[in-house]
Write a protein that binds this ligand. Structure first.
Ligand code: CA
Ligand code: CA
Length: 312
């Protein structure tokens, strides 16, 4: 196990790429007003809202790069907006996708990886487009970052949450992220209302009535990948943005197009329980194709990286 832990530390260093943001809280009324304006006054025109995109309200400004090479979306928060700058609140900057449909009673799994180069926080939710309450879904939100059974793994702090269950009625607070950190998040939740036209959004904006501080400072870069939403009841994949299991390269667990020591580090983290993998990722980790992911796969990978084995 010693060797594994060493690998894990190495991985943590490799992964010390910046991450995130601040955090805030939301009240249904303010969310409604925010949504009412954000949809119309956003920075984008003619944008296909069924793909990941940024939306912002003046004076907020943000820029999204679809980084196909690194398989991630990168959002530069140029101006987070917020009350102090003449804006409204944390939803002044949003990274989001629309065109999702949620069914009451269905089970869902959501995953994402978020990295930030500054300390910050964010709020993320799935809800309808006008924030009107639907049944149990207050402000039209069927899910947010404090609802469901979630596991959060930080590359700097290890496991922050493990299968932590939070009821829907809990405070709708932001999730913090440390400077240079990366969070891997998995959450299972049940659809508490049917929302035929829903969006999944990350709020990255400024401080306001529901947010004590800016999510991110001007100039912060926040990166996203492994953005997946699966309807476990039907097995349907509703959202898949740079999912971890999309790489064609064997053993490329972090989906950067290469099989290298970084991937082995991820596998080591998973092996010691610091990282939770989904079924697709476990399949990728089974590099010796034995049907299971175990120590033999780590040895197999090592022999490839050291040149003893010519192919994975
Ligand atoms: Ca890789
Ligand atoms: Ca195996």
């Amino acid at each position: 196990m010693k060797r594994l832990i060493a690998f894990s530390a190495a991985l943590a260093m490799i992964y010390s790429i910046p991450a995130f943001a601040v955090y805030s809280e939301t009240s249904e009324d303010t969310v409604i007003s925010a949504e009412d304006t954000s949809a119309e006054e956003g920075g984008e025109e003619e944008t296909d809202t069924t793909v990941w995109h940024v939306n912002f309200n003046e004076p907020a400004e943000a820029e999204m790069t679809d980084d196909t090479e690194n398989r991630e979306y990168s959002v530069l928060v140029i101006n987070p907006g917020g009350e102090a700058r003449g804006g409204t609140d944390k939803w002044d900057v949003q990274f989001r996708i629309r065109g999702i449909s949620i069914e009451e009673g269905h089970d869902y799994r959501i995953t994402y990886r978020i990295s930030s180069d500054t300390e910050g926080s964010y709020y993320t939710k799935i809800g309808n487009l006008d924030s009107s309450t639907v049944g149990e879904a207050v402000a039209g939100e069927v899910w947010h970052n404090q609802f469901g059974i979630s596991t959060i793994t930080s590359y700097t702090e290890g496991t922050v949450q493990q299968d932590a269950e939070t009821s829907y009625g809990s405070a709708w607070n932001n999730q913090k992220i440390g400077m240079g950190d990366t969070l891997n998040v998995t959450c299972n939740f049940k659809g508490i209302a049917t929302i035929p036209e829903a969006e999944w959004s990350f709020f990255l904006g400024g401080a306001g009535a529901t947010s004590a501080s800016d999510c991110f400072a001007p100039g912060a870069t926040v990166r996203f990948s492994n953005l997946t939403l699966t309807d476990l009841t039907t097995g349907e994949t509703l959202v898949s943005g740079y999912a971890f299991n999309q790489s064609d390269v064997k053993g490329d667990i972090n989906c950067d197009g290469k099989a290298d020591v970084t991937d082995l580090s991820v596998m080591c983290l998973a092996m010691i329980g610091d990282l939770t993998l989904d079924d697709g990722q476990i399949t990728i980790c089974d590099v010796d194709e034995s049907g299971k992911f175990d120590m033999a796969d780590l040895a197999h990978y090592k022999s490839y990286l050291s040149g003893v084995r010519k192919e994975l």
